[in-house]
Design a protein around this ligand. Sequence first.
Ligand code: ADP
Ligand code: GLC
Length: 474
Amino acid sequence: MRILFATSEARPLIKTGGLADVSGALPAALREIGIDCRLLLPGYPAVLAGVGEAKAVATLAGLPGGTVATLLEAAMPDNGVPLYILDVPELFQREGGPYQDVAGHDHADNALRFAVFSKAAARLAGADSPLDWHPEILHCNDWQTGLAPAYLRLAGHGTPSVMTVHNLAYQGIFPPSDLGTVELPPESFAVDGVEYYGNLSFLKAGLYYAHRLTTVSPTYAEEIRHPALGMGMQGLLGSRGDDLVGILNGIDTGEWNPSSDLYLPYEYSSRAPSGKKRCKLKLQQDLNLEPGKDTPLFGVIARLANQKGLDLILAVAEGILHRGGQIALLGTGEKALEAAFRDLGAQHPGRVAAVIGYDEGLSHRIEAGADIFLMPSRFEPCGLNQLYSLRYGTVPIVHATGGLKDTVEDGVTGFVFHEPTAHALWLAVDRALHAYADGKAWQRMMRAGMTRDFSWEKSARAYAALYRRLLEKP
Ligand code: ADP
Ligand code: GLC
């Protein structure tokens, strides 16, 4: 089976969130079970620099805006997954992140950039591809690739497509005037098409035109059919019935393994856990927290966005400190949240460390050094940090939503609370502190989490089954 996996991020080349973790690992897991899955990424500077050698294999002309792209062939640097890079220097080789400039503003031409990327994906999956390799299915991810299923279908190409929603909150919304920019026919600007409350939505295009829809946990697949978390797409998603399924993400168990993690000062495992305490003492030292191997240390790693429920953490922080706890936070994002956590750190030197920034090594060291992980997300399509926490013996406290609900077992591997309120979070923190004080109970929970299997293999098999059904019955 041949699958083209189009995505705008894939670690270790380019990452802003969990989408990169998934795109970096799932294609390799699919290849492990015999599926010829290849990646398509935009030619961001980090991608071009990270792959080393890349060979030009085709020119794609006639993309939106008259854009001409060079298609490069390379391989992922860590796992060798075949990679196509869409090289368009004027669109993708610029400073800042994949979607925003250095000042944090969206690039003004994002509609064109990702229309070009989507159109190229559709071209490579269609009958007029210049490549010898012809994918049987185009697998798209999030709004950046949402137009691809529309282009494929409107051009009458038979190749089926799968659209995976990693987060329904990011929809790629542009004014109706951009319909011309992306070169879609006027009649597609309709409720049965790419129109979304008077605007153009790239994600809506994918959700409407793709043959199958997936999201990254069973609970989120159910939640987004209803108004509370459907973000205005619930009508469409509800009407697609069995075309929408939830497949839980896995984690890269090679990268996230406390017994071989090169970012950690000490190794440990569920059978030999003593290195974890040493990781904690070293983390306290590195972050200028008061040393104390029995101090309950709460870790937080997140994009600082409303989704993640960080205001709830701010609301219970004093309570945690009052009970003798410490907090280590790593995150970047909304300025107001960055300032609030910086202030909290300044008010409680030695008790709260708030590191504002993006630091992969530190994210591993917090997962290893913390005792408890806080993840009170208002919604969470899957969530990866609670999975890393389980594997690292860091007992997670999570809100019962999306993938958090599907992966953390209350009282067994973590603590689950049901209302996204500070009070409900506090009751869960209180339960965790009582369990922490009972050393034996805590060891049991840590071990239970560390021995759960969240490797990619199971998820890859679920995607393979979905591909197979789709080819049998498009
Ligand atoms: P989301 O994709 O919504 O941000 P996930 O939990 O799925 O949430 O994935 C987030 C990923 O990004 C994880 O791999 C996490 O470790 C990483 N991450 C988030 N913020 C930071 C940060 N400030 N520094 C390092 N890694 C981070
Ligand atoms: C998104 C979601 C997160 C999920 C990730 C990977 O960014 O917010 O919950 O784990 O995508 O699928």
